[in-house]
Design a protein around this ligand. Structure first.
Ligand SMILES: [Zn+2]
Length: 612
């Protein structure tokens, strides 16, 4: 595919949660674990006009669905700030420093005065109806294989509440995640092709992890992709988590836009018509529709001229054309659409569709599509689907926000949000960033993981270097790199700890640090690292002491050395000091001690024996 010729434009936005001591504007911890909620409360969202006086399109779309929002709260991770019942606390200095550090790593300019803003939230993912955000860096860039890519802006903001469950009446959110610090980075639209986007996303992820304060694991980093082709339209695909496959996501979106443009050229201009056809379904045998009608439902039908044979046409990966329309119905809480391009016999609807076809004067090449739902829902869904269907005939692609799916396709979520959505946060004073502060950040910029990997390759080998720089426990490595043999340290982190984990023995970071501390002070030996860690994971309060108690005593070692020397007299007479290696092997068969403790004892006694 020639992306340049297609007029491909693409920028990405990365959202990375931070692993700080506390949340951005309160003192709750950010370590989130699966646990049961301690309670819940409800809120309703009202659309209010922004400062510019116009209502946000996306907010209106959300309000059209008139949902109730339910928030589950967790006492360990939540206080009154997340419930919007207490003003924000002061900002987490650690989060701010991390964001400033990242900004300087990509050579962005730091704004001298940071103004915290309230960004309007349209989907209920924040109890207050807004998200606190602050722009702190501008005009950075990173180098890539395809030249440099601009980082337009860097923001520090509050993570939203996680969606737990969503249906047509209510959306249920988990509040534990709300308020976790989040760095948002936006590139300009100069990304040249899908492969390039992947490179940019991976590089930004690597740089974020290099700060040592990036959270790791499922959902801790998300990518939004802005993509368009010249004849298409700007589409924002949200919430993609599988960075290694971001190229595939983009490829499929380009394919979708290209196919829809082509379809528009192929179809003759025609009018899509729709109407309420509930009366034609009054005697239906179809279970679903009769149930809908019994519950104050309605049936709407649309005629899509010239669409026969096209509804099942693939337009993006496995996604076929009908789903472009189904997504719009679903956005109104409707299950789906029934249409004449599928087998109606299996739905027991042949007769009903014949009546509808007569009313609409359907020709062979026309498709009749039917929506059945609660009266109001059916009507808005039919209107939305009709609007979307009309665009198929002109090849116009709607500008919209789409949701990334598991199979790298995407589905319609809501219209693109407009610009009228920010206003200053009056509860927090602007934050001055002095030149001195920026200089201090510059003096302390971390080595990037890429640089670290290159440096370590010579010292501990390519494989270990790559494993340790990709490890979630790289922080442990950084901490002890200067005081422990790097190879031993890396092996402990990427081999010993995961091995224990696979046995169900999770060694906490604090325990691992304690054990490595004893190791660095030579209180315990390399051979004891695993045993001490095992004991710690099994709940021992003092794994180091326990391991020392079970350690072979100096007396035992001396005894074992004497035994072997007296039993190998002939060998020692024959080989002299060269017998040391073989003798060592014999001794270690006998006792469970570290070779480094045995060696000096053996050497001393062997020299004595040889000199006798
Ligand atoms: Zn809190």
């Amino acid at each position: 595919m020639d992306y340049e010729q297609l007029g491909f434009k693409c920028g990405i936005e990365i959202h990375q949660q931070l692993d700080t001591d506390r949340k951005l504007f309160c003192h709750c911890p950010v370590d989130l674990v699966d646990e049961n909620a301690d309670g819940k409360f409800e809120r309703h969202l009202n659309v209010v006009a922004g400062e510019a006086g116009e209502k946000d399109k996306a907010a209106e779309a959300e309000a059209l669905r008139s949902r109730k929002y339910v928030y589950k709260h967790y006492s360990r991770n939540n206080c009154l700030v997340e419930a919007d019942e207490e003003p924000p606390h002061d900002i987490s200095q650690q989060a701010l420093d991390t964001a400033l550090t990242f900004a300087r790593m990509v050579n962005a300019d730091i704004v001298p005065e940071i103004q915290v803003m309230r960004k309007m939230v349209v989907d209920g993912s924040n109890t207050s109806g807004f998200q606190r955000t602050m722009m702190l860096g501008l005009g950075g860039k990173i180098k890539t294989e395809y030249g440099s890519v601009k980082i337009e802006d860097i923001e520090l903001e509050e993570e939203s509440a996680g969606i737990h469950e969503k249906n047509s009446e209510e959306a249920i959110y988990d509040l534990n995640r709300l308020g976790v610090p989040l760095i948002e980075i936006g590139t300009d639209a100069s990304i040249q092709n899908p492969e390039h986007a992947r490179e940019v996303a991976l590089k930004l992820g690597m740089l974020l992890r290099s700060t040592g304060k990036a959270r790791r694991g499922l959902g801790t980093i998300r990518q939004d992709v802005n993509v368009s082709i010249e004849e298409g339209a700007r589409v924002e695909i949200k919430g993609f988590q599988d960075v290694k496959n971001i190229d595939e996501l983009i490829r499929l979106e380009v394919e979708r836009q290209k196919n829809l443009v082509e379809l528009g050229k192929e179809l003759e201009n025609a009018e899509v018509v729709g109407d309420n056809v509930t009366h034609l379904f009054e005697d239906t045998e179809n279970q679903i529709i009769s149930t809908v009608l019994e519950n104050d439902g309605a049936v709407y039908a649309l005629k899509l001229p010239g669409m026969t044979g096209k509804m099942k046409q693939k337009i993006s990966g496995d996604k076929y054309l009908a789903l472009e329309l189904v997504d719009y119905a679903k956005s109104q809480g409707v299950q789906g659409i029934l249409h004449t391009d599928e087998d109606l016999e299996k739905y027991d609807l042949v007769e009903e569709f014949r009546k509808v076809s007569d009313v609409f004067d359907k020709k062979d090449e026309d498709v009749i599509a039917v929506i059945a739902a609660e009266r109001k829902q059916a009507k808005t869904a039919a209107q939305e689907v009709l609007k979307r269907a009309e665009m198929l005939y002109t090849g116009e692609i709607p500008e919209e926000t789409r949701n990334a799916e598991q199979n790298f396709t995407s589905s319609y979520m809501r219209p693109l949000p407009g610009a009228a959505r920010m206003y200053p946060e009056t509860d927090i004073a602007p934050i001055r960033i002095k030149d001195e502060k920026v200089k201090e950040i510059d003096r302390n910029l971390p080595e990037t993981l890429e640089e670290k990997k290159n440096r370590l390759e010579a010292e501990i080998g390519d494989q270990l270097a790559s494993q340790i720089t990709n490890s979630r426990k790289i922080g442990l490595f950084n901490k002890f790199e200067g005081s422990v043999q790097k190879k031993d340290l890396a092996n402990y982190i990427v081999n010993t700890l995961p091995r224990l984990e696979s046995e169900g023995l999770d060694v906490s970071n604090q325990d691992a640090e304690k054990i490595l501390d004893s190791f660095s002070k030579k209180e315990i030996e390399k051979a004891h690292l695993e045993e001490a860690s095992r004991l710690a994971a099994e709940g021992s309060d003092n794994p180091v002491d326990e391991v020392l108690e079970s350690q072979v005593s100096d007396e035992k070692i001396e005894e074992a050395v004497r035994d072997v020397i007296s039993s190998k007299v002939a060998m020692i007479e024959d080989q002299g000091l060269r017998a040391q290696g073989a003798l060592m092997g014999e001794i270690l068969k006998d006792i469970d001690a570290d070779g480094s403790r045995v060696a000096p004892v053996l050497q001393k006694f062997l020299e004595e024996a040889v000199n006798e």
